[in-house]
Write a protein that binds this ligand. Sequence first.
Ligand SMILES: [Zn+2]
Ligand SMILES: [Zn+2]
Length: 299
Amino acid sequence: MRYLTYSMLLVLVTTILITACKDDDDSCTEITWYQDSDGDGLGNAGVSQLACEQPTGYVTDDSDLDDTGDAVNPSGTPVSAFDEFNADAVTVSFDGDEITIESNALPNHTSPYWDSSNGLYVEPVIANESQMSPGTINERSYTVTVPASPEKASTTTATGLGAIGISVTGVPIFNDEEGPNIALSENVASGFDYAGGHMGPTGYHYHLESSDVTENTVLSQNDDKLVGILQDGFLLYGRKCNATSDYPSDLDASGGHSSATQHSDGEAFYHYHIINEFYTGSYIILFGGELQGTPNSIM
Ligand SMILES: [Zn+2]
Ligand SMILES: [Zn+2]
């Protein structure tokens, strides 16, 4: 009986409060606000409240699939970014929620690593000839399938030896190692061409940002150009971000952040940058951190 009285009292008080509220402000139209606990402007559809004015920490959007971390590509990887890839080497296929990138690894730039009979062969302009690795650029086959809307994983993953991404020229991107737990040395890097690449047992590949030489016309060099796509599906850009035309100051340990780029029509999405720090003298590594997304194998 006491419980019933209490319940009735509660209903009465609630009714008075609602009536009072309506009396105070006839023009108030309550709308649904969704919690945005990670502050990315996207709300969690599972946590909402009705209010006339925007409550702190709430937004009108309800599309956040992961309201615990940073914004993760709500509208997917911008498709126009794939126009930057060398069409003679790279084929990009879009299949629903997946993108497949295939490359023959033949770059559209000059190099002393081309056979001297090739039209793209040049004498070394950067490479220390005595440190150049043996072999000449030859056709290879690389294929990786990534999600069209990659997500950050709950844990980061260290990259391995071999291709960790496909660059815009079609050449595979390698990390900062030259062997199992053997960091790239300045000595080895001195044999790289101006593109930041050299030959290895599995073919020609890049480790470094390209050099500022007149021969360099297609590769990112201290700018905001697209460098390529890594095996977790996140794009890698040069040292500068198009959003600010400057070196980003909010990068995570992998060189990643969420912002718009020249490809995303104002939409923020997660992408990596070459970290603007020198590595072994004057050489800058393309990607030496851990993957923030889930790696897909590059076959
Ligand atoms: Zn190498
Ligand atoms: Zn950026």
